[in-house]
Design a protein around this ligand. Sequence first.
Ligand code: NCD
Ligand code: ZN
Length: 367
Amino acid sequence: MISLNLPKWYDLHVHVRQDAPMKDYIKAQIDMGCAGILAMPNTKPPVGKVFEKDNLPYWSIEHYKRAIEFHADGAFDQVIVPLYLTKDTSADMIEEGAKSGLLKACKYYPPHGTTNSDHGRPLQNFMDNGVFKAMEECGVTLCIHGEEHGLSGSDYFDNSGNAETKFYHDKMPHLYESHPSLKIVAEHITTAAAVKFVKGTGKNVAATVTPQHLLYTVGHLVQGFRYHLFCLPLVKFDEDRQALREAVTAIDNDKFFAGTDSAPHTTKATPCGCAAGCFTGQIAPQLYAEGFEAAGCDLNTEDAAKAFEKFLCLNGPAFYGFPPSKERFTLTREKSLSKPLQTESGAVVPLPVGLERPELDWSLVLE
Ligand code: NCD
Ligand code: ZN
């Protein structure tokens, strides 16, 4: 039986939310061998200031990080909370936050482009007001949700392009040229265009890839409208999935790493639409292993196992500048079952279950 003994990994893009279920979402991360997380700031209100004392109507990184660490109870050795870039973000905030050590990253959301992104402002704002320049000078990473916003339906998604390809063609090159030393993570990338952009940049640009984008295409979503697979950016076409698979499984990959974008919703379908976000808590390493196998990797071979370890456990910490975990966990190629996560606010359905496929090819054991 194939067995992979790995350092605990870091989920460098996850939503652990707030209020009562937060502890359950954090436990779901710990239960799948996470040694730490980068926790998204799209809470209500958003995490839009660094210090509690700052007089702005947002949560602070100080506060949100403390709440996460409280629930993790010592299980995480890294918790990064990026600052949500809003109309109130200034270069001074960046400089002061970076100096304090609390501010490691900022998050760009396309205005109104995804769940709780209404406080986002267009990219150009932060190029004009000195925020990106301050980040570049202070070594603060820009986590970027790379989708163009405000598009009409056929520009948003059709067979000749979509919100992500548009962003990587029209916006990213300009950003990169204007701030060549800015550390950028192209988050949850879904297209061949994004892969190509990231590959063509220096060491200061990297990308996260989710399990769902390695495993599925838009056909899986629309066949029976399996809305548990509805997340943003949307799953795309086979050639996009192929580009992602090639990028993450390359033995010399040091730019692409794990960031699940696990985004729990207790209510997915609403009377006026569907909440965007897939939940992969408890099962993401198993799904990533399935993704590598679907890409044609035999995880029994040394090269494939090494590429998997780099993607899941090593590249992310190296990019963010902290050491890999010294603790370990094991994945074995043995069937297991995925099941909904019960929380005080209702159940959250994880991905393969939402796709009517509760069986996983891999099992996970913590040491
Ligand atoms: C995320 C969420 O639910 O918070 N949803 C998603 O579809 N990925 C927001 C985000 O990361 O875009
Ligand atoms: Zn996300």
